[in-house]
Write a protein that binds this ligand. Structure first.
Ligand code: HEC
Length: 119
C-alpha cells in the first residue's frame, strides 16, 4: 500500500516535471502572443483579411491557409522575407510588404513569425 502511494507520488512528480518541459516553449513565447496581436490587429497585420488559420474569425481566402508552418517553412528566413517583401517571391502578389513599407516594425515581424510557428 505504502509502496503504491510512493509510486503514485513519484509518477506525479515526473508528470509535473514533464509538464513543465512541455509548457516551457509556450511560456518562453510571450513573443508569439505579441505576434498574434499584431497579426490580428486591423491597423497592423490584418492577416485574416486574406488568410484562414486555426481560430481566425471570418477569415478571407485571398491567400493560402496558414497551417503547419513549421513543417512547411523550416527556414525562418523565408517567413521573415515573405513578411518583409512578398513581392520578391511573386511580383504580382496581393500581400502587403509589411517590412519594406514599414507597415509593422522588424520586432513585430519577428513576433508574427513566432506566432506563425504556433500554427
Ligand atoms: C491582401 C491580402 C493579404 C494579407 C493582408 C496578408 N497576406 Fe499573406 N499572402 C497573401 C497571398 C495572396 C499569398 C500567396 C502567395 C503570393 O501571392 O505570392 C500570401 C502568402 C503568405 C504566406 C506564404 C504561405 C504559403 O503557404 O506559401 C505567408 C506565410 C503569409 N502570406 C503570411 C501572412 C501574414 C502573417 C500576414 C499578416 C501579417 C499576411 N500574410 C497578410 C495575401 C495576403
Amino acid at each position: 500500500m505504502r509502496k503504491t502511494a510512493k509510486t503514485i507520488v513519484t509518477a506525479s512528480a515526473i508528470a509535473v516535471l514533464m509538464g513543465s518541459f512541455v509548457l516551457a516553449p509556450s511560456v518562453a513565447s510571450a513573443d508569439a502572443a505579441a505576434g498574434k496581436k499584431v497579426a490580428e490587429s486591423r491597423k497592423k497585420g490584418n492577416c485574416f483579411a486574406c488568410h484562414a488559420y486555426q481560430g481566425a474569425k471570418l477569415p478571407g481566402n485571398i491567400g493560402p491557409p496558414l497551417v503547419a508552418m513549421k513543417a512547411r517553412f523550416p527556414d525562418r528566413a523565408k517567413l521573415v522575407k515573405q513578411l518583409n517583401d512578398p513581392q520578391s517571391n511573386n511580383p504580382d502578389t496581393m500581400m502587403p510588404p509589411y517590412g519594406k513599407h514599414e507597415i509593422i516594425s522588424q520586432k513585430d515581424i519577428q513576433n508574427v513569425v513566432d506566432w506563425l510557428y504556433t500554427l
